[in-house]
Design a protein around this ligand. Structure first.
Ligand SMILES: *[C@@H]1O[C@H](CO)[C@@H](O)[C@H](O)[C@H]1NC(C)=O
Ligand SMILES: *[C@@H]1O[C@H](CO)[C@@H](O)[C@H](O)[C@H]1NC(C)=O
Ligand SMILES: *[C@@H]1O[C@H](CO)[C@@H](O)[C@H](O)[C@H]1NC(C)=O
Ligand SMILES: *[C@@H]1O[C@H](CO)[C@@H](O)[C@H](O)[C@H]1NC(C)=O
Length: 958
C-alpha cells in the first residue's frame, strides 16, 4: 500500500512543527538545566532539553510545565540556584536528604506563588531563612529541619495562612518567636497550622502568650532543646486540640506551670523536663489521654505524692526524677493498666514499697534510686523485671538483694532490637553494597535514620513494638504503590534530645536495586509525611542516606517516547493545518491498526483471528482468560505509574498491578502505535489461553480497548532466569537449584510439544523467557513467536525464520523447516548458559562452540572448570551427564537431538543424583557477583548474518 502524496506532505508538516514545539516550556527546561549545572550527582537521565517528554527522574509535569521536583537522597552537592524562580508553576519542591546541598536559600524562591510543599530536610542550607518565603501564599508544608539555618524566624512567615506543617527543628535559629505587633503578622496568625516543630535550636526570649489561643488548631507544639526563658503562658490551656507538648530542655524556663494545663484533655505526651519550673507539681487530674509524662529535673516545690498519680488510665511512662517528692508510693500506681516505666529516682519516697500482685503486665522498670524506702512487700506473683532501690535505707551496706545492686548502665532496659532474618544457612555473603533483607534476598536497601519525637511508650524491650512498625510500613508502602518489599529496623534508643532514634532499611520488592525514580518517590513519602506511622509513635522525621545507584541497573530508559499526539494537539491551538494533519494521521493509524491481517504477517500466524470470520475453528478460544477494560487496568497499575514499572520488554513495558481480589498480576502494555506487536499479541492471547501448566506462565486476561494491546499475566516475582544468572535479581542459584529450574523449564516446553492441543513450537526459548516464581519454580513465557505444528502434532511447517540470535537452530535457519527440535536446540543452548552464566553469543564467541571445543571426557568435570560459573559452588553431581545432554540437544541435525520428553527424563535423574531440595523448598536467596569471562571465546559466530538473507531476529531488551 502506498502513501498518498498529501499525506506525506502532512506528515512532514507535522514532523517539522513538532520539532519546533518542544514538549517542555523552555523556561522550565533551561531553569532545570541551570539548576543542575550547580550540582554534582544529578539524576542520570537529566540530558537534553525536554524534561517533561523525556521523563526526567524526579520531575513531574502538568501539561508542558514542571510542577514537581523531588530529588531526595540523590547525593546532590552544591547550591540551589536562583534559576528556580523560572519554574513558576512549581507546586512541590523536595530536595531532602542531600547532606552536601547547602549554602543560602535563594530569596527568589518567594516568587514561586504556586508552591505548596517546600521540603529541604537534612541538607546543609545556611544563612537566614529568607523573609520572602512569607510571600508563598499557597504554602501548606514547610520543612526546613535539620539544616544549618541561623538568624531568627522571619515574622513574614505569619502570612502563610494555609500552612499546615511547619518544621524548623534542628537548626541554629536564634531570637524570639515573632508574633503580631499591630502591623506585621506573626506565628499567632497561623491559625491553620497543626504542627509547630521548632525544637533543637537556640531560640530565646519568653514564649509569647499570644501564640496559644483558641483560634489555633495546633496538635504538636515542640519547643524543646532551646533557650526560652520566662514562664509557660497561661493561654496554654486554650489549645484544646493539643496532643503533644514539648518544652523540655530549656534551661532558663521558669515559673509555675499554668494550673489549667489539665484542660488539655487530648494531650498524650507532656515533656517539661530539665528546666527550672517552680511551684507545686502540676495537677494532671482528668488528662485521660496522657501516656508519657516527663517533668524531671525541675525546681518544683513538691511535697507529697500527688493524687493524680493513680488516675491516669493511659499512662505508660512516668519520669519524675530529682523532684524531692515525699510520702509513700501508692500501690495502685503499679497496677495502672498500661504502665511500663517508672523513673522516680532522687525523691523522698518513704515507708514500705508495696508492688502488690496485680501490677501491670507491661511493667518493665521501676527506678527508685536515692529515695527513703525502708522496706518492701511484693505480692503473690512476684514482680521480676527491673527494680532499683540502690541508695535507699533498705539497701544496707553488704546487702546482696538484687534491687540493691546498681545496674551497670544508666539505661538498664533496652537490649537493641534488630529485625530477625531466619534464612537458612547461606554459603556466601551478599555483595558489598547489598544487605540481606528480612525476606532473605540480597539487595541494596534505602537506608536512613528514623526519629520519633515523642512516642507514647518508653519500653524498648518489647520486640512487638518494632515488628508492628515494620509491618505497618510494609503494608502502607505497598498501598502507596512504591516497590518497597520488606523493612528492617534496628538499634532503637532514646537520644540525648529525647528523640527515639532507630536505623531503617527499606528493601526493594522484586528487584535488587531501587531505581532513581523509586528513591525520588520513597524519599518524598517520608519527607512530606505521606507515610503515617501508628499513632503511638507520634510525630517523626527521617534522614535518608544517599542511595548508591549502580549504573547498569538503575538508569531508566531515556529514549522512551510518550505518545506525543495529545501533547502536540494541546500545544497547537493556533495551528489549524496541524490539527487537520493530526486527525488525518490518527485516522490513518487507527485504520492500519484495525487491518493488520492484510500484511504478509498473516500467513505466518496460526491464529486466524479475523473478527469477521464466523468459523468456529478460527475464532479465538479464550478459556480462562478474561477481558479487561483499559480503565480497569489503569486503576490496578495506578495509572501505569513508574513505581509499578517492573520491566521493559521487546514491544513495551510491564507493570505490576493488584486485582481487586488481591491477586498480583503483571500487565504487559505494548507501545502505543506499535503495529509490529499486534500479531504477536493475538498469537499470545490465543495460545496462552489454551495452555495450562505449572511450568508455563498463565494468562489472566487481556485488553483491546482504545487501541491498546495489553496482556495480563500471573505475577512471577523472582524475575527471569537470565537476571538470576547475571546476579541482577538477587536470587542465588546453586547447582541443585539450577537443575530444578532447568527441569521445570524442560517440563514446560515438553508440555507444549507433547501435550498441548495442537502441539506448539515456542520458537523463542531463552533464559530471559524463563521466569522464576517465589519458590524458584520455572515458568516458560513469551509466546509471541510461537506456532502450532501440523494437525497430527508431529509435522513441520515452513516459515520465515524467527528467533533470537545465539539460540537459533542452524538447521531451521538453513531449511526454514520448523519442528519441535528447533526448541530442543535452543534449550540445549540455554542449558549451557545455565552452567556457565555466559551469554550464548557475546562478542562473537559462541557458547556451543566454546563448550564443544573445551570438553575433555577424560578429565574431571570434563575439564570445563574454566568455563563453569564459579557461583555454582563445589557440589556438581551429575554435571558431566548434564553437559552430555546439552551437547546432544545442540547436535547439527534435528534428528540426532533428543525430544523434550527425553530431556525431562534425563534431567529428573540428574536432580535425584544431585540430591536436590524437594520440589517446594522455599527460596532462600543470595546474590553473587556477576562476572566477566576469564577466558575470551575463540572463533567466530557460527552464523554469518551479514549480507542478504538476514533472518528476522529479536533484539534482546537491554
Ligand atoms: C493576627 O493575630 C492577632 C492575634 O494574635 C489578631 O489580633 C490579628 O487580628 C491577626 N491578624 C490577622 C490579619 O489575622
Ligand atoms: C478549657 O478548654 C475549653 C475548650 O475545650 C475552653 O473553652 C476553656 O476556656 C478552657 N479553660 C481554661 C481555663 O483555659
Ligand atoms: C514519709 O514522708 C512524709 C512526708 O514527706 C511524712 O509525713 C511521713 O511521716 C513519712 N513516713 C515515714 C514512715 O517516714
Ligand atoms: C504529600 O504530598 C501529596 C502530594 O503528592 C499530598 O497529597 C499529601 O497531602 C502530602 N502529605 C502531607 C502530609 O502534606
Amino acid at each position: 500500500m502506498g502513501f498518498s502524496p498529501w499525506l506525506v506532505f502532512l506528515i512532514s508538516v507535522l514532523v517539522q512543527t513538532s520539532a519546533i514545539l518542544a514538549d517542555t516550556d523552555p523556561r522550565d527546561s533551561s531553569a532545570l538545566t541551570a539548576i543542575a549545572d550547580n550540582w554534582k550527582n544529578k539524576p542520570s537521565n537529566w540530558n537534553g532539553n525536554d524534561p517533561c517528554r523525556d521523563k526526567w527522574v524526579g520531575i513531574i509535569c502538568t501539561g508542558n510545565r514542571v510542577t514537581s521536583v523531588r530529588l531526595s537522597s540523590f547525593g546532590l552537592s552544591g547550591t540551589l540556584s536562583g534559576d528556580i524562580q523560572s519554574l513558576s508553576e512549581l507546586v512541590y519542591l523536595d530536595l531532602s536528604y542531600n547532606k552536601d546541598l547547602g549554602g543560602p536559600l535563594p530569596a527568589i524562591i518567594g516568587s514561586l506563588s504556586n508552591l505548596q510543599n517546600l521540603i529541604l530536610v537534612g541538607c546543609t542550607f545556611s544563612g537566614e531563612i529568607p523573609k520572602e518565603l512569607g510571600q508563598l501564599s499557597n504554602l501548606i508544608f514547610l520543612s526546613l529541619n535539620s539544616n544549618k539555618f541561623s538568624g531568627s524566624i522571619p515574622a513574614t512567615l505569619g502570612n502563610l495562612s494555609k500552612l499546615y506543617w511547619f518544621d524548623l527543628a534542628d537548626n541554629k535559629l536564634t531570637g524570639e518567636l515573632p508574633i503580631f505587633d499591630g502591623t506585621n503578622l506573626g506565628l499567632d496568625n497561623l491559625t491553620n497550622t497543626k504542627h509547630f516543630h521548632f525544637g533543637i535550636n537556640q531560640l530565646s526570649g519568653p514564649i509569647p502568650s499570644q501564640i496559644f489561643s483558641s483560634y489555633m488548631k495546633l496538635i504538636h507544639v515542640l519547643l524543646d532543646n532551646n533557650n526560652f526563658s520566662g514562664s509557660i503562658p497561661p493561654t496554654l490551656g486554650l489549645l484544646s486540640t493539643l496532643e503533644v507538648l514539648r518544652f523540655d530542655n530549656n534551661p532558663q524556663l521558669n515559673g509555675q506551670v499554668p494550673s489549667n494545663i489539665n484542660n488539655l484533655t487530648k494531650l498524650a505526651e507532656l515533656h517539661l523536663e530539665n528546666s527550672q519550673l517552680t511551684g507545686p507539681l502540676p495537677d494532671l487530674t482528668g488528662m485521660s489521654a496522657l501516656s508519657f509524662v516527663d517533668m524531671s529535673n525541675n525546681s518544683f516545690n513538691a511535697s507529697d505524692v500527688p493524687s493524680w498519680f493513680t488516675t491516669l488510665p493511659s499512662l505508660t511512662s512516668l519520669f519524675l526524677e530529682n523532684l524531692k517528692i515525699g510520702g509513700q508510693l501508692p500501690q495502685a500506681l503499679f497496677s495502672l493498666p498500661a504502665v511500663q516505666t517508672l523513673r522516680l529516682r532522687g525523691n523522698r519516697f518513704n515507708g514500705t514499697l508495696t508492688i502488690g500482685s496485680d501490677f501491670s503486665t507491661q511493667l518493665q522498670l521501676i527506678d527508685l534510686r536515692d529515695n527513703q524506702i525502708s522496706s518492701i512487700t511484693v505480692g503473690g506473683s512476684q514482680y521480676s523485671n527491673t527494680l532499683i532501690l540502690v541508695g535507699n535505707p533498705i539497701c544496707v551496706p553488704g546487702s546482696n538483694d538484687k534491687y540493691c545492686v546498681a545496674p551497670g548502665q544508666s539505661n538498664p532496659t533496652a537490649p537493641p532490637y534488630s529485625t530477625a532474618r531466619n534464612c537458612s544457612a547461606l554459603p556466601t555473603p551478599c555483595l558489598s553494597n547489598q544487605l540481606l533483607s528480612p525476606s532473605c534476598i540480597c539487595a541494596v536497601p534505602y537506608r536512613g535514620t528514623l526519629f520519633f519525637r515523642s512516642p507514647s511508650f518508653s519500653d524498648l524491650t518489647s520486640p512487638t513494638t518494632f515488628v508492628t512498625l515494620e509491618q505497618d510500613m510494609e503494608t502502607k508502602f505497598q498501598k502507596l504503590n512504591v516497590p518497597v518489599g520488606s523493612i528492617a529496623i534496628h538499634d532503637p534508643f532514646f537520644d540525648s534530645n529525647n528523640n527515639l532514634q532507630m536505623s531503617l532499611e527499606l528493601f526493594p520488592s522484586g528487584k535488587v536495586q531501587f531505581s532513581e525514580q523509586d528513591i525520588s518517590d520513597v524519599g518524598f513519602m517520608l519527607s512530606n509525611q505521606t507515610y503515617k506511622p501508628p499513632s503511638t509513635f507520634g510525630p517523626y522525621y527521617f534522614i535518608g542516606q544517599q542511595y548508591s545507584f549502580t549504573n547498569d541497573l538503575a538508569v531508566p530508559s531515556q529514549s522512551k517516547k510518550t505518545n506525543r499526539l495529545p501533547l502536540i494537539v494541546g500545544a497547537s491551538a493556533g495551528g489549524a493545518v496541524l490539527a487537520v494533519a493530526v486527525i488525518a494521521i490518527a485516522i490513518f493509524i487507527s485504520r492500519r491498526k484495525r487491518t493488520p491481517k492484510r500484511t504478509e504477517d498473516r500467513s505466518q500466524s496460526f491464529v486466524s483471528w479475523d473478527m469477521k470470520s464466523t468459523s468456529a475453528s478460527t475464532a479465538p478460544q479464550l478459556r480462562g482468560a478474561r477481558t479487561f477494560s483499559f480503565d480497569e487496568l489503569r486503576k490496578i497499575t495506578n495509572n501505569f505509574s513508574e513505581a509499578n514499572d517492573i520491566g521493559n520488554g521487546g514491544y513495551g513495558k510491564v507493570y505490576r498491578g493488584t486485582l481487586p481480589s488481591g491477586q498480583l498480576v503483571a500487565v504487559k502494555r505494548s507501545q502505543q502505535g506499535s503495529l509490529q506487536g499486534s500479531l504477536e499479541f493475538r498469537t499470545e492471547i490465543e495460545l496462552l489461553s489454551r495452555v495450562h501448566h505449572r511450568n508455563v506462565v498463565s494468562l489472566v486476561g487481556f485488553c483491546l480497548d482504545q487501541d491498546e494491546q495489553i496482556l495480563v499475566y500471573e505475577y512471577v516475582p523472582n524475575g527471569t532466569l537470565k537476571e538470576s544468572l547475571t546476579g541482577k535479581s538477587g536470587v542465588r542459584l546453586d547447582w541443585r537449584r539450577r537443575l530444578r529450574v532447568v527441569l521445570g523449564a524442560a517440563k514446560g516446553v515438553a508440555y507444549l510439544h507433547e501435550l498441548a492441543d495442537p502441539p506448539i513450537v515456542h520458537r523463542d526459548i531463552k533464559s530471559s523467557n524463563v521466569l522464576l516464581d517465589e519458590r524458584l519454580n520455572a515458568k516458560v513465557s513469551d509466546f509471541g513467536l510461537s506456532k502450532p505444528l501440523g494437525e497430527d502434532g508431529r509435522g513441520q511447517v515452513t516459515t520465515q525464520v524467527k528467533g533470537t540470535m545465539g539460540y537459533l537452530d542452524p538447521e531451521y535457519y538453513m531449511t526454514q523447516q520448523l519442528t519441535g527440535k528447533s526448541d530442543v536446540y535452543s534449550f540445549g543452548v540455554l542449558m549451557l548458559e545455565v552452567a556457565t552464566a555466559r551469554k550464548p553469543l557475546e562478542r562473537g564467541r559462541y557458547i556451543v562452540r566454546e563448550v564443544k571445543a573445551a570438553v575433555d571426557r577424560s578429565k574431571d568435570l570434563y575439564g570445563l572448570h574454566e568455563l563453569l560459573d564459579p557461583a555454582l559452588g563445589a557440589a556438581l553431581a551429575g554435571l558431566e551427564q548434564y553437559v552430555d545432554l546439552a551437547l546432544r540437544c545442540v547436535e547439527e541435525a534435528g534428528a540426532d537431538r533428543p525430544s523434550m520428553g527425553e530431556v525431562v527424563g534425563e534431567i529428573e535423574r540428574m536432580v535425584k543424583m544431585a540430591g536436590g531440595p524437594g520440589p517446594d523448598s522455599a527460596s532462600e536467596s543470595m546474590s553473587y557477583a556477576s562476572r566477566t569471562p576469564r577466558h575470551p571465546y575463540g572463533g567466530d559466530s557460527p552464523f554469518d548474518y551479514s549480507g542478504g538473507g538476514m533472518p528476522s531476529t529479536r533484539v534482546e531488551p537491554k
